[in-house]
Each structure stands twice: as C-alpha cells, then as structure tokens.
Design a protein around this ligand. Structure first.
Ligand SMILES: [Cu+2]
Length: 130
C-alpha cells in the first residue's frame, strides 16, 4: 500500500507537467498559423505596390483598387480631354486634370470610397482601403 501511495504521489507532478506541456503545444499550434495568416494578409497589398489609377478612354483603370490604410493613390489623366477625380462623399476633389496631369490622395481611414468624374458622371471608380 505504501509503495502504491508513494508511486501515485510521485507520478502526479509528472502528469501535470505532461498535461501542461500538451496544452502549451496546443496553444503554439493554434497561435502560430493565425499569426502567419494575419501577417500574410496585411503584407499582400503592400507587396503588389499598386497605388495608381490611369484615366483612359473615359474610364478609371482599374475601376476598383484595393490598398492598405495610409496609401497615397495617384490618378493620371491619359486622355486628351479634361477629367476630375471627385469623391461622391465630398472627401476629395481634384479639379480638372489636363492630359498628363496627376492627382494624389492619401487614405487614412479604412472603408470603401466611391468617386466619379464631375464632368463625365458615367465615369465611376472605387477605392477600397483595408
Ligand atoms: Cu471626365
């Protein structure tokens, strides 16, 4: 009896250690992939380096651009007629850009920003800020 009792007492801390190391392993296994996942998500848009919109043939190209928060987006008018970049919410307005002229705006709040050309309202574009 004494031997068995001693054996159980002796084994208890080891079992606890074993259990805690299993829990530590499970935490590590669940945290590491999520860190990799989230860091991958935030790095992807910066890696593409796309922060430019071309205005050509009465259209914004790309018509929808996704950027990370803090990105400065630059529009270039490549048409030989004047265009504007005008936020539908009134956030920004470029004034009329002649051919070759550019306009830049830095987005500092995540969200979806629709814009148009005030001269040609059928021209529509969207900037998605993540
Ligand atoms: Cu226009």
């Amino acid at each position: 009896m004494r031997i068995i009792h001693f054996f159980i007492l002796e084994n208890n801390p080891m079992r606890k250690k074993l259990l805690s190391s299993k829990i530590n392993f499970l935490i590590l296994v669940s945290i590491v992939p999520s860190i990799l996942f989230f860091s991958g998500c935030t790095q992807q848009p910066t890696g593409t380096g796309k922060n430019a919109v071309s205005i050509q043939n009465f259209a914004f190209n790309p018509s929808t651009l996704t950027v990370v928060n803090g990105t400065s987006v630059t529009w270039t008018n490549n048409d030989n007629v004047g265009h504007t970049i005008t936020s539908t919410s009134g956030l920004f307005h470029s004034g009329t850009l002649s051919q070759g002229q550019t306009f830049s705006y830095t987005f500092t709040i995540p969200g979806t920003y629709n814009y148009t050309c005030s001269i040609h309202p059928s021209m529509r574009g969207t900037i998605i800020v993540q």
